[in-house]
Design a protein around this ligand. Sequence first.
Ligand SMILES: *Cc1c(COP(=O)(O)O)cnc(C)c1O
Length: 382
Amino acid sequence: MKRYPFCDLGKINAPYRDAIMEAMGRVVDSGRYIGGAEVEALEHEMTLLTGARYAVGTGNGLDALRLIFRALIELGRLKKGDGVAVPANTYIASMLAVSDNGLRVVPVDARIDTLLIDPEELERVAEREDVKCLLTVHLYGRTAWNDAIAETAKRRGLIVVEDAAQSIGSRSATPGLAGGRVSGHLGHAGAFSFYPTKNLGALGDGGMVTTDDEELAKTVRALANYGSDRRYHNVYQGQNSRLDPLQAAILLAKLPGLEAENRHRRRLAEIYDEVIAGEGIVKPSLPSVPEESVWHQYVILSRERDELRRRLASKGIETDVHYPVAPHQQPCYRGVLTGSYPVAERIAREAVSLPITSLTSEEDAREIGRNVGGYKVMRGQG
Ligand SMILES: *Cc1c(COP(=O)(O)O)cnc(C)c1O
């Protein structure tokens, strides 16, 4: 039986094997194992990719987010206890970065058609609560930025942080606060992750902060390096979260393939959209501008999720669930996040992620899409 892997990282990285080995050899020979030319080169590439003026490598994506919030506090732009609006259906790392800094997580429910933060809910929350900041999450690779969100952010004077961990290279039809068009350059600062399964994945952990704000970039860099702004001079009680030069070199080796990879994912999403038809299935809407998503995941909703996944598995089709528990319902937030967020809770119950990597061919997507059938499709409702 043919098998349709959900995500086979060894095979995904195989085409880059020679380039990766060459890049690693370069680092070994350089004798420079913290910081250095490879990290600087990747930071430079990320300024070119996003359009942001500064990029600072970090140990991982969660730290990239945590360091942004910590820097905003150190600079007096946020203070402990301030509310940060966060989509209720995000990966939990987004919320951990906020609560870990003594900021208050204010979950905002999602829309069922985009699976992104609901602009109307954001508007309501921003009116009602002491919210000073929006952490917008470009979940599943789709840019969570549009006219309504931008309007709320501007009118309420919100600091906008982007969780771009899943969205490297995605664009926005609505200009960012400083006119940017690429995720990571729409708000005041963006956080990227190079976790191995991300669209641009390392062979270990890695992350990056992007911003136009020189003071913020410098503060993040210092905080990530023991709070030190120059050697043996510690202005903050910082941490150690630096991008590993081996990972930077590997990422530089893979970066030339990113655009084709994102294009391929977009094509697969179009095929899924064409082919998937069945009762009780909700497909994501296709963005009006295709470049708005880099389709880190293609997530459908099904009331009969377990049944559907079993049926697909029996045909050799692997699926996954992102994410089975909404973060506010995790034990770590019990008694802390007590509201109910029906759309996020429904997504956690019904989400199924279909294969959408370089290992999935267009023909595979057709076959997988056909096999999803047997249920009636509803788009953004039901
Ligand atoms: C992966 C991810 C993170 C965290 O990145 P790590 O590099 O794993 O720390 C944060 N937010 C979202 C939405 C993610 O998908």
